[in-house]
Design a protein. Structure first.
Length: 151
């Protein structure tokens, strides 16, 4: 079940363990969109992503799980092809489904809730209606909170 919340997804309204899930590109570029908000709160997820990008090619469909304080995890899901303006969406829905499956497995194992902005719709250019179907199909055993900023 998806719960819609007005607030900041980098400050999960959760009791118990939580995972913040967001979409990243496959070019090793970080800082625009929600990833910039993550970096303003924690340095570790960006450092992990950049280190990963420097060591090997980033494959679509991979997820980087980074523990952060307070006890939680940031899941950086590689589900976007490139960056910049494009006439077609840069989000890869199949990769997003794969990534979300990995997040769902970790959430189930840890008893964690999952928190996210409307992933894939900003710089990824995707359709929330389509992403929402994927999120609903993947998360059977974890609560999911989707955040919209106030205003």
């Amino acid at each position: 079940m998806i719960h819609y919340v007005v607030g900041d997804a980098t400050r999960p309204k959760a009791k118990g363990p939580w995972i913040i899930a967001h979409v990243c590109n496959n070019e090793g570029r970080w800082g625009r969109g929600f990833s910039g908000a993550v970096s303003r709160r924690w340095r570790e997820p960006e450092a992990m992503y950049r280190d990963f990008a420097n060591r090997k090619d980033i494959a679509i469909g991979e997820v980087l799980f980074c523990p952060v304080t307070p006890p939680g995890t940031v899941a950086s899901m590689i589900a976007q092809w490139g960056i910049g303006h494009s006439p077609l969406p840069r989000i890869d829905y199949d990769a997003l489904s794969t990534c979300l499956g990995a997040v769902a497995a970790v959430a189930y194992e840890d008893g964690a809730s999952v928190h996210m902005p409307r992933i894939g719709t900003g710089n990824g250019g995707g359709s929330w209606a389509r992403v929402e179907i994927i999120v609903s199909a993947v998360f059977k055993y974890a609560e999911v909170f989707v955040y919209d900023l106030p205003g």
